[in-house]
Design a protein around this ligand. Structure first.
Ligand code: WQD
Length: 351
């Protein structure tokens, strides 16, 4: 079996991708220092796959520790790099922490990719690189706008570092630009582990619905959209995960058109904040307690993907619709409600 290294393997998208890789015949190891994740989540992945998953709890910003993992695993055939800080608000408060962590870890992993001659690299990017697009839907050839946050800058710089690194030579890469990943694995064995107060829409909805937070706020209803609230392309995390398996396969089979191909991962449908809330209320039967509040700085008015390239070249088709995204997110929230492993227990994440 081909061995794949997943960095950030205990994270939300990382653990879902590990499950999909294993179910598609790959052998997987993870590197995750659990500074923003919970190693306990791998037990959920093991329940789904029946496979033990090894996580190296090391800091990717330490080159020697990172290199040691490659020394011990000379049979790594591909790397999927998720590990990074990703809270937009936090990045504004502490830009240097974001530039240091996200860029140093990326450079270290790329150095090892070169030294150990691993020719397949998938980089976790984001639609945030498009900023506020002039028109929608966006294709991969749209111009990148100046990022709205240090987090967004690390994604834009990350794409440049990866593409310049693989420009010549036998390494090749794929950049995957996620739109808005939401939901949880239908087994409810894995899902998003909340870190402090939720910044993102769907965790804010489900935590309000379950009573973990008293009320949520819709950030702005005076935008030039069909109901005044912002439009996003919400995409189920399992669809995102499967795209990584297909991207890896595409590289291993040498189907890539350039040394650094780019793909949008979105459904191609845009939903407003109020439409997402309505979908959640419909599938959960819960009347959500929310207010209509002022705009949030840095929010893009509307963005959703043209996903033709991923459909045609990766043979990828999103399977989950908005109702299923809300239903799985809600099932997961109910599952972890009192689980001490996630809130205050032995494996609780340090906030
Ligand atoms: C979506 C919409 C909010 C919370 C960011 C990053 C992106 C990715 C996902 C990491 C916006 C509104 C939200 C709330 C609200 N991050 N909202 N009330 O900002 O599109 O994307 O997170 O991978 O890279 O840029 O996602 O879920 O924060 O917001 O009204 O309590 O929901 O204003 O319009 P966003 P989001």
């Amino acid at each position: 079996m081909k061995k794949i290294l997943v960095t950030g393997g205990c994270g939300y998208i990382g653990v879902h991708t590990i499950v999909d890789l294993i179910q598609n015949g790959y052998d997987v190891i993870s590197i995750d220092n659990n500074s923003r994740s919970n190693a306990f989540i791998l037990e959920g992945a093991e329940k789904i796959t029946g496979k033990k998953i090894k996580n190296y709890r090391i800091d990717l910003c330490n080159f020697d520790d990172t290199r040691a993992v490659f020394e011990e695993n000379k049979d790594i055939k591909g790397i999927i790099h998720f590990a990074a800080y990703k809270a937009v608000g936090e990045s504004v408060e502490n830009p240097l922490m974001y530039f240091d962590n996200n860029m140093t870890s990326l450079v270290n992993i790329l150095k090892c990719m070169q030294e150990f001659n691993i020719s397949n690299f998938v980089f976790s990017s984001s639609c945030t690189v498009y900023g506020n697009p002039d028109s929608i839907p966006v294709t991969e050839s749209f111009p990148l706008r100046p990022a709205e946050s240090p987090y967004g800058h690390t994604k834009q710089m990350g794409e440049i570092v990866v593409s310049e690194t693989v420009k010549n030579g036998n390494n090749k890469a794929i950049l995957l630009r996620y739109f808005n990943p939401v939901g949880a694995h239908p087994s409810t064995n894995i899902g998003e582990i909340p870190l402090g107060k939720p910044a993102n829409l769907v965790p804010a909805i489900t935590q309000t619905a379950i009573g973990k937070i008293p009320v949520m706020h819709v950030y702005g209803t005076d935008y030039p959209t069909r109901d005044g609230s912002c439009v996003r392309d919400y995409i189920h995390v399992c669809d995102i995960a499967h795209a990584h398996t297909l991207a890896l396969h595409y590289l291993i089979e040498n189907k890539n058109k350039t040394n650094c191909d780019v793909f949008n991962l979105g459904t191609g449908n845009g939903y407003t904040v109020l439409e997402v809330i309505a979908a959640f209320e419909k599938v959960s039967g819960v009347k959500l307690n929310y207010t209509l509040g002022p705009r949030r700085n840095g929010d893009v008015i509307a963005i959703y993907a043209n996903n033709d390239k991923a459909k045609n070249e990766l043979n990828w088709t999103p399977q989950y619709d908005i109702d299923q995204m809300m239903a799985t997110a809600w099932k997961w929230e109910q599952k972890i409600k009192n689980d001490e492993n996630f809130f205050g227990g032995k494996n609780a994440v340090l906030n």
